[in-house]
Design a protein around this ligand. Structure first.
Ligand SMILES: Cc1ncc(COP(=O)(O)O)c(C=O)c1O
Length: 422
Protein backbone atom coordinates (compact mmCIF):
# COMPACT_ATOMS: atom_id res chain seq x y z
CA UNK A 1 0.00 0.00 0.00
CA UNK A 2 1.17 3.52 -0.71
CA UNK A 3 1.90 5.65 2.34
CA UNK A 4 -0.04 8.60 1.03
CA UNK A 5 -2.97 9.34 -1.23
CA UNK A 6 -1.56 12.68 -2.28
CA UNK A 7 -1.60 13.66 -5.94
CA UNK A 8 1.56 14.35 -7.90
CA UNK A 9 1.01 18.05 -7.23
CA UNK A 10 0.26 17.40 -3.57
CA UNK A 11 3.49 15.49 -3.15
CA UNK A 12 5.57 17.78 -5.30
CA UNK A 13 4.61 21.12 -3.74
CA UNK A 14 7.60 22.15 -1.66
CA UNK A 15 7.56 24.18 1.54
CA UNK A 16 8.00 27.79 0.35
CA UNK A 17 11.52 29.00 1.20
CA UNK A 18 10.08 32.05 2.91
CA UNK A 19 8.08 30.00 5.48
CA UNK A 20 11.09 29.42 7.63
CA UNK A 21 12.01 33.10 7.55
CA UNK A 22 8.51 34.14 8.56
CA UNK A 23 8.38 31.57 11.34
CA UNK A 24 11.74 32.73 12.65
CA UNK A 25 10.63 36.35 12.67
CA UNK A 26 7.52 35.45 14.67
CA UNK A 27 9.27 33.32 17.27
CA UNK A 28 12.12 35.73 18.08
CA UNK A 29 10.73 38.98 19.45
CA UNK A 30 14.10 40.75 19.55
CA UNK A 31 14.76 40.04 15.90
CA UNK A 32 14.45 42.92 13.45
CA UNK A 33 13.07 41.56 10.22
CA UNK A 34 14.06 43.40 7.09
CA UNK A 35 12.87 40.29 5.28
CA UNK A 36 9.10 40.58 5.48
CA UNK A 37 7.23 41.72 2.40
CA UNK A 38 4.41 42.98 4.62
CA UNK A 39 3.03 46.46 4.21
CA UNK A 40 3.27 48.88 7.12
CA UNK A 41 0.78 48.09 9.89
CA UNK A 42 0.81 51.74 10.89
CA UNK A 43 -0.92 52.87 7.68
CA UNK A 44 -3.56 50.18 7.35
CA UNK A 45 -6.95 51.89 6.81
CA UNK A 46 -8.78 50.79 9.95
CA UNK A 47 -11.02 53.83 10.38
CA UNK A 48 -11.93 54.06 6.71
CA UNK A 49 -12.70 50.35 6.54
CA UNK A 50 -14.94 50.50 9.62
CA UNK A 51 -16.88 53.40 8.16
CA UNK A 52 -17.24 51.83 4.73
CA UNK A 53 -18.25 48.45 6.10
CA UNK A 54 -20.82 50.20 8.27
CA UNK A 55 -22.14 51.95 5.18
CA UNK A 56 -22.42 48.66 3.33
CA UNK A 57 -24.25 46.99 6.22
CA UNK A 58 -26.37 50.01 7.15
CA UNK A 59 -29.55 48.68 5.55
CA UNK A 60 -30.85 45.34 4.27
CA UNK A 61 -30.95 46.85 0.78
CA UNK A 62 -27.19 47.44 0.67
CA UNK A 63 -26.19 44.74 3.16
CA UNK A 64 -27.85 41.74 1.59
CA UNK A 65 -26.00 41.81 -1.73
CA UNK A 66 -22.75 42.08 0.22
CA UNK A 67 -23.61 38.94 2.16
CA UNK A 68 -24.82 37.02 -0.88
CA UNK A 69 -22.89 35.11 -3.57
CA UNK A 70 -21.87 37.38 -6.39
CA UNK A 71 -20.55 37.32 -9.93
CA UNK A 72 -17.50 35.11 -10.57
CA UNK A 73 -15.53 37.80 -12.40
CA UNK A 74 -16.22 40.35 -9.66
CA UNK A 75 -18.71 42.93 -8.44
CA UNK A 76 -19.89 45.04 -11.38
CA UNK A 77 -19.23 48.42 -9.79
CA UNK A 78 -15.74 47.44 -8.64
CA UNK A 79 -14.90 46.14 -12.11
CA UNK A 80 -16.00 49.46 -13.63
CA UNK A 81 -14.08 51.48 -11.07
CA UNK A 82 -11.00 49.30 -11.53
CA UNK A 83 -11.13 49.71 -15.32
CA UNK A 84 -11.40 53.47 -14.88
CA UNK A 85 -8.64 53.52 -12.27
CA UNK A 86 -6.23 51.69 -14.58
CA UNK A 87 -7.18 53.77 -17.55
CA UNK A 88 -6.42 56.87 -15.51
CA UNK A 89 -3.05 55.50 -14.41
CA UNK A 90 -2.18 54.69 -18.00
CA UNK A 91 -3.67 57.93 -19.34
CA UNK A 92 -4.89 55.80 -22.20
CA UNK A 93 -8.02 55.32 -24.17
CA UNK A 94 -8.19 52.03 -25.96
CA UNK A 95 -10.21 48.85 -25.86
CA UNK A 96 -7.93 47.25 -23.26
CA UNK A 97 -9.76 48.96 -20.38
CA UNK A 98 -13.26 47.63 -20.83
CA UNK A 99 -14.84 46.56 -17.50
CA UNK A 100 -15.80 43.27 -19.17
CA UNK A 101 -12.11 42.45 -19.40
CA UNK A 102 -11.50 43.14 -15.71
CA UNK A 103 -11.41 40.21 -13.30
CA UNK A 104 -11.48 40.69 -9.51
CA UNK A 105 -9.64 37.97 -7.63
CA UNK A 106 -8.57 36.84 -4.17
CA UNK A 107 -5.42 38.94 -4.21
CA UNK A 108 -3.38 39.11 -7.40
CA UNK A 109 -1.74 35.92 -6.19
CA UNK A 110 -4.88 33.99 -7.08
CA UNK A 111 -4.91 35.56 -10.52
CA UNK A 112 -1.27 34.66 -11.15
CA UNK A 113 -2.01 31.09 -10.10
CA UNK A 114 -5.14 30.76 -12.23
CA UNK A 115 -3.44 32.33 -15.24
CA UNK A 116 -0.79 29.63 -15.06
CA UNK A 117 -3.54 27.02 -14.67
CA UNK A 118 -5.24 28.39 -17.75
CA UNK A 119 -2.10 28.57 -19.89
CA UNK A 120 0.20 25.79 -18.83
CA UNK A 121 0.47 22.03 -18.85
CA UNK A 122 3.12 20.23 -16.86
CA UNK A 123 6.62 20.84 -18.25
CA UNK A 124 5.62 24.02 -20.05
CA UNK A 125 8.04 26.91 -19.84
CA UNK A 126 7.65 30.44 -18.44
CA UNK A 127 10.34 33.08 -18.86
CA UNK A 128 11.02 35.10 -15.74
CA UNK A 129 13.25 37.94 -14.68
CA UNK A 130 16.49 36.83 -13.11
CA UNK A 131 15.81 37.37 -10.16
CA UNK A 132 12.02 37.42 -9.70
CA UNK A 133 9.17 37.19 -7.15
CA UNK A 134 9.92 33.95 -5.33
CA UNK A 135 6.32 32.98 -4.61
CA UNK A 136 5.73 32.95 -8.36
CA UNK A 137 8.64 30.51 -8.59
CA UNK A 138 6.92 28.38 -5.96
CA UNK A 139 3.82 28.16 -8.15
CA UNK A 140 5.99 27.00 -11.05
CA UNK A 141 7.64 24.40 -8.82
CA UNK A 142 4.30 23.15 -7.53
CA UNK A 143 2.71 22.85 -10.94
CA UNK A 144 5.69 21.12 -12.53
CA UNK A 145 6.50 24.03 -14.84
CA UNK A 146 9.93 25.04 -16.02
CA UNK A 147 11.45 28.51 -15.85
CA UNK A 148 14.16 30.24 -17.81
CA UNK A 149 15.71 33.39 -16.36
CA UNK A 150 16.20 36.55 -18.39
CA UNK A 151 18.94 38.87 -17.18
CA UNK A 152 17.73 41.97 -15.44
CA UNK A 153 19.20 45.44 -15.96
CA UNK A 154 18.37 48.53 -13.93
CA UNK A 155 15.56 49.40 -16.39
CA UNK A 156 14.10 45.96 -16.95
CA UNK A 157 15.09 42.76 -18.71
CA UNK A 158 17.95 42.56 -21.15
CA UNK A 159 16.17 42.28 -24.50
CA UNK A 160 19.22 40.85 -26.25
CA UNK A 161 19.29 38.04 -23.71
CA UNK A 162 15.53 37.51 -24.16
CA UNK A 163 16.07 37.00 -27.86
CA UNK A 164 19.02 34.66 -27.26
CA UNK A 165 16.96 32.50 -24.90
CA UNK A 166 14.10 32.36 -27.41
CA UNK A 167 16.50 31.36 -30.21
CA UNK A 168 17.86 28.61 -27.96
CA UNK A 169 14.39 27.30 -27.22
CA UNK A 170 13.60 27.36 -30.90
CA UNK A 171 16.72 25.41 -31.75
CA UNK A 172 16.07 22.78 -29.10
CA UNK A 173 12.47 22.36 -30.27
CA UNK A 174 11.09 23.55 -26.94
CA UNK A 175 9.45 26.75 -28.13
CA UNK A 176 5.97 25.15 -28.34
CA UNK A 177 6.23 24.66 -24.56
CA UNK A 178 6.76 28.36 -23.94
CA UNK A 179 3.59 30.16 -22.83
CA UNK A 180 4.53 33.49 -21.30
CA UNK A 181 7.09 35.98 -20.13
CA UNK A 182 6.41 37.05 -16.53
CA UNK A 183 7.62 40.52 -15.55
CA UNK A 184 7.18 42.34 -12.24
CA UNK A 185 7.33 45.73 -13.85
CA UNK A 186 7.09 48.28 -11.04
CA UNK A 187 9.54 48.50 -8.12
CA UNK A 188 10.13 44.84 -8.64
CA UNK A 189 10.14 42.30 -5.88
CA UNK A 190 13.00 41.71 -5.07
CA UNK A 191 15.25 44.30 -6.79
CA UNK A 192 13.14 47.47 -6.85
CA UNK A 193 13.68 47.76 -10.62
CA UNK A 194 11.00 49.41 -12.77
CA UNK A 195 10.72 48.25 -16.37
CA UNK A 196 10.86 51.02 -18.95
CA UNK A 197 7.91 51.17 -21.34
CA UNK A 198 10.30 50.76 -24.28
CA UNK A 199 11.41 47.43 -22.81
CA UNK A 200 7.82 46.22 -22.49
CA UNK A 201 7.20 47.19 -26.11
CA UNK A 202 10.47 45.56 -27.16
CA UNK A 203 9.64 42.36 -25.32
CA UNK A 204 6.18 42.15 -26.90
CA UNK A 205 7.70 42.60 -30.32
CA UNK A 206 10.30 39.90 -29.76
CA UNK A 207 7.73 37.44 -28.35
CA UNK A 208 5.52 38.02 -31.38
CA UNK A 209 8.40 37.17 -33.67
CA UNK A 210 8.65 33.71 -32.14
CA UNK A 211 4.95 32.90 -32.14
CA UNK A 212 4.97 31.21 -35.52
CA UNK A 213 7.65 28.77 -34.35
CA UNK A 214 5.81 28.30 -31.03
CA UNK A 215 2.56 27.59 -32.83
CA UNK A 216 0.49 29.74 -30.47
CA UNK A 217 0.42 33.16 -28.80
CA UNK A 218 3.12 33.92 -26.24
CA UNK A 219 1.83 36.27 -23.55
CA UNK A 220 3.45 39.05 -21.61
CA UNK A 221 2.23 38.60 -18.04
CA UNK A 222 2.74 41.97 -16.40
CA UNK A 223 2.58 41.93 -12.59
CA UNK A 224 2.10 45.50 -11.40
CA UNK A 225 1.64 44.71 -7.69
CA UNK A 226 3.77 47.63 -6.47
CA UNK A 227 2.79 50.21 -9.06
CA UNK A 228 0.90 52.51 -6.72
CA UNK A 229 3.61 52.54 -4.06
CA UNK A 230 5.57 55.11 -6.06
CA UNK A 231 7.17 57.96 -4.17
CA UNK A 232 9.71 59.28 -6.68
CA UNK A 233 9.69 59.92 -10.41
CA UNK A 234 6.85 59.64 -12.88
CA UNK A 235 4.62 56.65 -13.42
CA UNK A 236 5.51 54.35 -16.31
CA UNK A 237 2.75 53.23 -18.63
CA UNK A 238 1.77 49.58 -18.60
CA UNK A 239 2.13 47.10 -21.45
CA UNK A 240 -1.59 47.60 -22.14
CA UNK A 241 -0.69 50.94 -23.74
CA UNK A 242 1.60 49.36 -26.31
CA UNK A 243 0.02 49.33 -29.74
CA UNK A 244 -1.21 45.88 -30.70
CA UNK A 245 -0.70 44.53 -27.17
CA UNK A 246 -4.37 44.29 -26.24
CA UNK A 247 -4.55 40.59 -27.11
CA UNK A 248 -1.12 39.62 -25.80
CA UNK A 249 -0.68 41.52 -22.53
CA UNK A 250 -2.13 40.16 -19.30
CA UNK A 251 -2.04 42.76 -16.55
CA UNK A 252 -2.32 41.89 -12.87
CA UNK A 253 -2.62 44.41 -10.07
CA UNK A 254 -3.71 44.50 -6.47
CA UNK A 255 -5.45 46.56 -3.82
CA UNK A 256 -3.27 44.81 -1.21
CA UNK A 257 -0.14 46.91 -1.32
CA UNK A 258 -1.67 50.38 -1.59
CA UNK A 259 -4.68 49.68 0.63
CA UNK A 260 -5.03 46.49 2.68
CA UNK A 261 -3.49 43.08 2.06
CA UNK A 262 -6.04 41.61 4.49
CA UNK A 263 -8.86 42.54 2.14
CA UNK A 264 -7.34 40.08 -0.35
CA UNK A 265 -8.64 41.87 -3.41
CA UNK A 266 -6.59 41.79 -6.57
CA UNK A 267 -7.52 42.40 -10.17
CA UNK A 268 -6.44 41.91 -13.71
CA UNK A 269 -7.13 42.78 -17.30
CA UNK A 270 -7.09 39.72 -19.49
CA UNK A 271 -7.48 39.19 -23.21
CA UNK A 272 -9.58 36.43 -24.70
CA UNK A 273 -9.43 33.45 -24.62
CA UNK A 274 -7.49 33.72 -21.34
CA UNK A 275 -10.23 35.75 -19.63
CA UNK A 276 -12.92 33.12 -20.22
CA UNK A 277 -10.66 30.24 -19.21
CA UNK A 278 -9.64 31.99 -15.98
CA UNK A 279 -13.24 32.93 -15.23
CA UNK A 280 -14.33 29.30 -15.53
CA UNK A 281 -11.42 28.15 -13.38
CA UNK A 282 -12.31 30.76 -10.77
CA UNK A 283 -15.87 29.51 -10.82
CA UNK A 284 -14.54 26.14 -9.77
CA UNK A 285 -12.24 27.63 -7.14
CA UNK A 286 -14.61 29.95 -5.27
CA UNK A 287 -17.55 31.26 -7.42
CA UNK A 288 -16.08 34.75 -7.00
CA UNK A 289 -14.16 36.92 -4.55
CA UNK A 290 -16.02 37.83 -1.33
CA UNK A 291 -18.63 40.50 -1.97
CA UNK A 292 -18.26 41.69 1.59
CA UNK A 293 -14.67 42.66 0.79
CA UNK A 294 -15.26 44.03 -2.69
CA UNK A 295 -18.05 46.40 -1.75
CA UNK A 296 -16.24 48.60 0.78
CA UNK A 297 -13.34 48.81 -1.63
CA UNK A 298 -15.66 49.99 -4.39
CA UNK A 299 -16.93 52.67 -2.02
CA UNK A 300 -13.39 53.71 -1.15
CA UNK A 301 -12.55 54.10 -4.84
CA UNK A 302 -15.76 55.92 -5.69
CA UNK A 303 -15.55 58.37 -2.80
CA UNK A 304 -11.90 59.33 -3.28
CA UNK A 305 -10.96 57.80 0.12
CA UNK A 306 -8.79 55.32 -1.72
CA UNK A 307 -6.74 58.00 -3.50
CA UNK A 308 -6.29 59.99 -0.30
CA UNK A 309 -5.17 56.88 1.51
CA UNK A 310 -2.68 55.92 -1.22
CA UNK A 311 -1.11 59.39 -1.02
CA UNK A 312 -0.60 58.89 2.71
CA UNK A 313 0.91 55.45 2.19
CA UNK A 314 3.29 56.83 -0.43
CA UNK A 315 4.51 59.56 1.93
CA UNK A 316 5.12 56.98 4.63
CA UNK A 317 7.22 54.71 2.40
CA UNK A 318 9.07 57.67 0.98
CA UNK A 319 10.19 58.58 4.49
CA UNK A 320 11.12 55.02 5.39
CA UNK A 321 13.06 54.52 2.16
CA UNK A 322 14.97 57.73 2.91
CA UNK A 323 15.81 56.48 6.38
CA UNK A 324 17.02 53.18 4.95
CA UNK A 325 19.11 54.95 2.33
CA UNK A 326 20.82 57.09 4.96
CA UNK A 327 21.44 54.11 7.22
CA UNK A 328 22.89 52.10 4.34
CA UNK A 329 25.25 54.93 3.43
CA UNK A 330 26.36 55.15 7.03
CA UNK A 331 26.72 51.49 7.94
CA UNK A 332 27.17 49.27 4.89
CA UNK A 333 30.64 48.57 3.46
CA UNK A 334 31.23 50.63 0.33
CA UNK A 335 31.85 47.53 -1.78
CA UNK A 336 28.21 46.50 -1.39
CA UNK A 337 26.27 47.79 -4.37
CA UNK A 338 22.84 49.12 -3.45
CA UNK A 339 19.94 49.25 -5.88
CA UNK A 340 17.64 51.91 -4.48
CA UNK A 341 14.07 52.18 -5.58
CA UNK A 342 11.67 55.05 -6.12
CA UNK A 343 8.77 53.00 -4.80
CA UNK A 344 7.66 49.63 -3.53
CA UNK A 345 9.03 48.09 -0.37
CA UNK A 346 12.53 46.90 -1.23
CA UNK A 347 16.16 47.75 -1.78
CA UNK A 348 18.51 45.21 -3.30
CA UNK A 349 22.05 44.81 -1.98
CA UNK A 350 24.76 43.08 -4.00
CA UNK A 351 27.81 41.87 -2.14
CA UNK A 352 31.02 41.18 -4.01
CA UNK A 353 30.71 37.89 -5.94
CA UNK A 354 31.83 34.85 -3.98
CA UNK A 355 30.35 36.00 -0.67
CA UNK A 356 27.27 33.92 -0.13
CA UNK A 357 24.16 35.32 1.56
CA UNK A 358 22.22 32.03 1.44
CA UNK A 359 20.44 30.53 4.44
CA UNK A 360 23.37 28.23 5.10
CA UNK A 361 25.98 30.95 4.68
CA UNK A 362 28.19 32.52 7.34
CA UNK A 363 26.71 35.93 6.57
CA UNK A 364 23.18 34.67 7.19
CA UNK A 365 24.00 32.93 10.47
CA UNK A 366 25.95 35.95 11.70
CA UNK A 367 22.99 38.20 10.84
CA UNK A 368 20.63 35.89 12.70
CA UNK A 369 22.94 35.80 15.68
CA UNK A 370 22.82 39.60 15.69
CA UNK A 371 19.02 39.55 15.49
CA UNK A 372 18.52 40.85 12.00
CA UNK A 373 16.92 39.07 9.07
CA UNK A 374 17.01 39.64 5.30
CA UNK A 375 15.83 37.65 2.28
CA UNK A 376 18.74 35.79 0.68
CA UNK A 377 18.86 36.73 -3.01
CA UNK A 378 19.37 33.13 -4.12
CA UNK A 379 15.78 32.13 -3.45
CA UNK A 380 14.63 34.69 -6.01
CA UNK A 381 16.36 32.91 -8.89
CA UNK A 382 14.55 30.27 -10.93
CA UNK A 383 15.84 26.73 -11.27
CA UNK A 384 17.32 27.36 -14.68
CA UNK A 385 19.86 24.72 -15.73
CA UNK A 386 21.52 27.06 -18.21
CA UNK A 387 23.25 29.15 -15.51
CA UNK A 388 24.40 29.00 -11.91
CA UNK A 389 22.21 30.73 -9.39
CA UNK A 390 23.86 33.87 -8.03
CA UNK A 391 23.82 33.84 -4.23
CA UNK A 392 25.67 37.02 -3.21
CA UNK A 393 22.66 39.32 -2.96
CA UNK A 394 19.96 40.21 -0.47
CA UNK A 395 16.54 41.84 -0.43
CA UNK A 396 16.04 44.31 2.38
CA UNK A 397 12.64 45.76 3.05
CA UNK A 398 11.62 49.07 4.58
CA UNK A 399 7.94 48.06 4.46
CA UNK A 400 6.95 46.72 7.83
CA UNK A 401 9.82 47.68 10.17
CA UNK A 402 9.47 50.94 12.11
CA UNK A 403 11.79 53.85 11.31
CA UNK A 404 13.71 53.10 14.47
CA UNK A 405 14.06 49.42 13.58
CA UNK A 406 15.15 50.23 10.04
CA UNK A 407 18.02 52.29 11.50
CA UNK A 408 18.90 49.62 14.06
CA UNK A 409 18.50 46.71 11.63
CA UNK A 410 20.71 48.27 8.96
CA UNK A 411 23.31 49.14 11.60
CA UNK A 412 23.37 45.52 12.81
CA UNK A 413 23.50 44.15 9.27
CA UNK A 414 26.25 46.59 8.32
CA UNK A 415 28.32 45.46 11.28
CA UNK A 416 27.89 41.84 10.23
CA UNK A 417 28.80 42.58 6.61
CA UNK A 418 31.96 44.43 7.61
CA UNK A 419 33.27 41.13 8.99
CA UNK A 420 33.01 39.53 5.55
CA UNK A 421 33.38 42.39 3.09
CA UNK A 422 35.94 45.18 2.78
C1 LIG B 1 5.38 40.77 -7.08
C2 LIG B 1 4.16 40.36 -6.35
N1 LIG B 1 3.09 39.98 -7.06
C3 LIG B 1 1.97 39.59 -6.46
C4 LIG B 1 1.85 39.54 -5.10
C5 LIG B 1 0.59 39.05 -4.51
O1 LIG B 1 -0.06 39.97 -3.69
P1 LIG B 1 -1.61 39.95 -3.41
O2 LIG B 1 -2.09 38.54 -3.58
O3 LIG B 1 -1.75 40.43 -2.03
O4 LIG B 1 -2.24 40.84 -4.43
C6 LIG B 1 2.95 39.92 -4.30
C7 LIG B 1 2.88 39.85 -2.83
O5 LIG B 1 3.80 40.08 -2.12
C8 LIG B 1 4.13 40.33 -4.96
O6 LIG B 1 5.23 40.70 -4.26
Amino acid sequence: MKTSALSTLGRRTALPPISWLMQTALTRPKLISLAAGFTDNATLPVEISRRLLNDVLRSPKTGRPALQYGITAGETHLRELTARHLQKLDAADNRAYLPERVMITGGSQQLLYMTLEALCDENDIILVEDPTYFVFLSILQSRGLRARGIRLDRDGIDLVHLETVLERLKKSGELPRLKALYLVTYFQNPTGVTTALAKKAGALKILKKFERAAGHPIYLLEDAAYRELRFAGDDTMSALTVRGAADRAIYTGTYSKPYAPGARVGFGILPEPVFTAVQRIKGNHDFGTANLLQQPLARALASGEYDRHVAKVQRNYSRKARVMKQALAEHFPKSVEIWESGGGLYFWARLPKGISTGMKSKVFSAALKNDVLYVPGGICYADDPSRRKPDHEMRISFGSASVENIRKGIKRLGKVLKKFVK
